[in-house]
Design a protein around this ligand. Structure first.
Ligand code: OOG
Ligand code: MG
Length: 258
């Protein structure tokens, strides 16, 4: 079947319900041909359903900004999605596994926007728009069975976004280039990487998101959060797991799966 705009609402509803009920659905691409423009349109409609329920948009995330992530998931391009207030967990908080389908965690670098971004930034001026940086844990939970998807599927599914935990904000001048970043589960190293695995320089992710935001009519307001995309593959978590992510100079951030 080929998708037309009439079907967007139906698919957006299906994905939103899968997330809301923590019940996996079939990949859309199993039965339907659709392109990335359609996928982003579906993401946007599906997010509107969350806003109607009272969730607030608080930022944007990038995905597949590192080779490690692209290879793990078998995709080839950078994607972007939306973060809301209800996805935000305090460091050390409990994550109730049964509210998710098959959650995975990955270490991330987060940015706090200091000033409204309405134009594409450059590596030269990006720091003028960022107040602080932090190490973070992203919780991703594909709404598709077996965490399997095409690039279009995952975009429609808001890039698997389902939670994030922020470490302590550090001043924008804190070095985030070429730093080790790792994630431990129950005190054992799950994955480690280097921040430069993110587009060669993690600041490039802020440049990229500014371009994507402008191109797609999304304004990054002061106070918005941006996730750069993981430098390492993601790990499945189980009830009882203690998750700790750390990055050199940024400290650490934790999450308890219950
Ligand atoms: C999609 C989300 C990718 C990242 O950091 O690369 C992502 C997924 O892997 O399910 O968040
Ligand atoms: Mg991520």
């Amino acid at each position: 079947m080929k998708l037309n705009a009439m079907n967007y609402n139906k698919i957006a509803e299906l994905l939103d319900k899968a997330a809301y009920n923590a019940k996996a659905c079939e990949q859309i691409s199993a039965h339907t041909t659709f392109d990335l423009n359609a996928a982003y349109a579906i993401q946007s409609i599906s997010m509107s359903r969350r806003y109607i329920r009272g969730e607030k948009l608080t930022g944007l995330k990038l995905g597949f900004t590192s080779r490690a992530k692209m290879e793990q998931m078998g995709v080839h391009d950078m994607i972007w999605g939306r973060l809301t207030d209800s996805m935000h967990y305090a460091s050390g908080a409990d994550l109730k596994k049964d509210k998710f389908i098959h959650p995975r965690v990955e270490p991330e670098i987060a940015f706090l926007v200091s000033e409204k971004i309405e134009k594409e930034l450059t590596l030269e001026n990006v720091k003028e728009y960022v107040h602080s940086v932090a190490v973070a844990i992203e919780v991703i939970d594909s709404r598709y069975e077996n965490f399997k998807f095409s690039l279009e599927d995952v975009v429609a599914d808001n890039c698997s976004s389902s939670g994030f935990v922020l470490g302590e904000w550090k001043p924008v001048g804190t070095n985030i280039q070429n730093i080790p970043i790792q994630i431990n589960i129950n005190k054992a190293l799950a994955h480690d990487g280097n921040s430069n695995a993110i587009l060669g320089n993690p600041w490039e992710s802020m440049v990229a998101i500014s371009r994507l935001a402008v191109d797609n009519g999304e304004i990054l307001k002061k106070g918005s959060i941006v996730l750069a995309g993981a430098a390492t593959p993601a790990s499945y978590v189980n009830q009882g797991d203690s998750i700790l992510a750390s990055a050199e100079g940024l400290g650490n951030v934790s999450l308890q799966v219950i």
